[in-house]
Design a protein around this ligand. Sequence first.
Ligand SMILES: [Zn+2]
Length: 482
Amino acid sequence: MKRIAIIVSAAALAFSVLALTACGESEEPVTRYEITAALDAENMTVSAEMKVTYVNKSDAELDSLYFHLYPNAYREGARFPAAAEGDVGEMYPHGRDYGGIAVETVTLGGEACEWEIAGEDENVLIVRVPALEPGAEAIAEMKFTLDLPEARSRFGYYDGYVNLGNWYPIACVYEDGGWRTDPYSTYGDPFYSETADYRVTFTAPAGWETAGTGSVSAAVNGDVTTYTFEAENVRDFALCSSENFVCTEGKAGDVTVRFYGTSAQSGGLEVACDAVNTFSQLFGAYPYKTYSVAVTPFNEGGMEYPSFVYVSDDLGASMTDEAIIHETAHQWWYSAVGSDQINEPWLDEGLAEYSATLFYGENPDYGVSVSDRIADAMQSYVLFSDVYSENENIGVMDRALGEYSSSTEYAFHSYVKSELMFDSLRHIIGDDAFFGALRSYYANYSGKTADGACLIAEFEKSSGMGLVGYFQSWLSGAADVR
Ligand SMILES: [Zn+2]
């Protein structure tokens, strides 16, 4: 019975080599955020009040609550700034500008409390609480003001558009006896959060259209419009507001799909609907009632948030389609199934990138073949590996964001090599096992947080094969052959 022995030892390897967390640990009941925010479009500031009902889902008694202050990555002198030096021109075409968040007051259940700004880079708000037992909740209220930088970025304003991504104090994840306070990164998505419920009201000048996470209603009152967003079981909330948006609306099954762009970009609605339909069919039903895509000034191709994505306004037609498809795939891999994007960026990015390739296979009208995409990825990876062959750890994709030496190295591992790994795996185990595992991964971990070991276990289950060694060879395989 040699084969069984191999499988057993491979399983043991999984426990010894991979950092296993409790797969699919429930995140119920959830924290709730209620935010009221108003945009001052003259001064490009946002004044906000937030009430967060934090639920202690850990098994520890907590004496503090920790919140990320991501806007401080945009302040002058940030140690972990939003833009790398080489990206300043693209992020700040009108010259470098600064912004940030000023937390003005914090109370706990209406009473004064101790709080401080801390972290490696003024990136964490700590609120002291009386002993908070497991399962208990604490209500913190805070007022804060955002100073928006003029920037083509997740957070900022540019040319009649306001991007509010990663903009409010969001609870850090408490795990393994401590708070995850990871600072910003100039590349990748340095965000990690758990699902929560949101009710956000956002006031903008009348005539501005606002897109965001969740369902939305709008009420005009004199010279302002107030938008009310409701979203349940989502791991973040973002919005874009602009005086230039033209909103078109369609349906993908029961899902209301909205596309916010200019009238010339309206073809994006069909792409977004096609992507929601295709991925629902391949992986399981889209997890929300609404999906919104906003074309906005942004220095990368796109950015995913729950039920809402940014797509950059300076992409050509085919790249715009590809960005919409990739970001839509993140609704399954990142948004519904959460993962640690700081320590395992290959997991959600590789799946999203390969999902885009699968989309083209399912939609031949787009004129992009799966084999061409994989051949392109292979060729570019070979070229990258050759050019960067002297770099330490080249080929090692089981790395955290901070362990890559550049955004190029990060992208070729987390997107390109990871996509090649999934494509190769599909050919080894076959379509039934491959798609069966992805459907099972989605069904089992939607609304929860999974890790690489959880996904590998699904592939092993569906294929009946021991695959830990296969994954290890891709993840940790260094190209030291000389
Ligand atoms: Zn992505």
